[in-house]
Design a protein around this ligand. Structure first.
Ligand code: AMP
Ligand code: MG
Length: 338
């Protein structure tokens, strides 16, 4: 038997805090994945500081990913990078590095939408075909599914993403970034629900009023007397997750999808998993959480989505690889799913 080595893609994720390189073959086997996350000492993500950090470190991440995969740059057959959506100065680093590699190595390049990549790595890793996806992260909150040739958006946040809500609240009470896991721990110690604004408008969500209300609670004179930080964390999670679950449930009912996928960094949250699993089961839909290594931002998902597009319609020209910080996933055609 002749062993034919699969082609290999190098995927670069560069939309926000994490510069990540994934090396993955055309069969979907991940050969290596190396993440390098910028963690602010205090406050949120300042694009200029993140940019400086990634510029100083990206080459080490590429080197380590190649080393871990036990290959050299010359063995790479395809370069993929995240071109949208994200912070402009950060997207540009990924685009520049990808273009340079593609031209120096004389190999094809594919520009990838980050949100679509989250869904595609979920389909691959969870071995499912056609899910309704709840994508919840620090930068995005989107309920989507494939219909009429595109990943249509059925619901989304009108203001801040849910991960950002948790991170901002955590910062206000003195907890370091990322706040989501710390809020989850705090919430586990309480069953006291404090009434908070629940804002679902049609199929869309708004979290900014909820953020302001939790901030008022911890500034109030009753804080630490009539209720605790644990109670506020519990109430914040219950309210925001119930909003997400309501919209996800209506999207399942509308699309009649029989698979539900939870992804993004916030997918790590056990309470959210429990709530989305419960409504999935109510609708006889199979529930899957993307393995946490691949749920947050990562280069493997970019590499894999690059492979899917490349197989379906070939590479992009260099001039078609311009970044687009505001591009929505429903603007993009999906030729590999026809
Ligand atoms: P991402 O933007 O996909 O890399 O995900 C990062 C976001 O996920 C941040 O907002 C984190 O606070 C959030 N996150 C991570 N783990 C948890 C958790 N266990 N519960 C809630 N949010 C989380
Ligand atoms: Mg993401």
């Amino acid at each position: 038997m002749i062993y034919i080595k699969s082609k290999i893609a190098l995927g670069i994720e560069s939309t926000a805090h994490t510069w990540s390189v994934g090396i993955i073959d055309f069969e979907g086997n991940v050969l290596s994945l190396v993440n390098n996350m910028y963690l602010p000492e205090k406050g949120g993500l300042h694009p200029a500081a993140v940019k400086e950090y990634h510029l100083n470190n990206f080459h080490k991440v590429i080197k380590k990913a190649l080393h871990n995969a036990n290959i050299t740059l010359k063995e790479i057959d395809l370069i993929a990078f995240s071109k949208s959506p994200g912070l402009g100065p950060i997207l540009k680093i990924g685009a520049h590095v990808a273009r340079i590699l593609s031209q120096l190595l004389k190999i094809p390049i594919v520009a990838v939408n980050h949100c679509i990549a989250h869904i595609e790595i979920g389909r691959l890793m969870c071995n499912i075909d056609d899910p309704l996806t709840l994508y919840v992260s620090g930068g995005n909150t989107i309920i989507s599914a494939y219909e009429s040739g595109r990943y249509q958006i059925f619901g989304e946040t009108l203001d801040i993403p849910v991960g950002n809500l948790l991170d901002m609240f955590a910062r206000d009470v003195g907890l370091a970034h990322p706040g989501g896991p710390k809020i989850e721990k705090l919430a586990q110690e309480s069953n006291t629900y404090l009434s908070l604004p629940y804002v679902v408008k049609g199929m869309d969500l708004s979290f900014s009023g909820l953020y302001t209300a939790t901030k008022r609670l911890i500034e109030s004179s009753d804080y630490g007397k009539k209720f605790t930080l644990n109670d506020v964390a519990h109430s914040l999670q219950e309210t925001s997750f119930a909003m997400l679950t309501e919209v996800t449930e209506r999207a399942i009912a509308h699309t009649e999808k029989t698979e539900v996928l939870l992804t993004g960094g916030v997918a790590a949250n056990k309470r959210l998993q429990e709530m989305v699993k419960s409504i999935s089961e109510d609708h006889n839909a199979k529930f899957e959480v993307v393995p946490l290594k691949y749920a947050g931002d990562n280069g493997a998902m970019i590499g894999w989505t690059g492979i899917l597009r490349y197989k379906a319609e070939g590479a992009h020209t260099i001039s078609a690889t311009q970044i687009n910080p505001k591009e929505r996933m429903d603007q993009i055609s999906i030729p590999w799913r026809n």
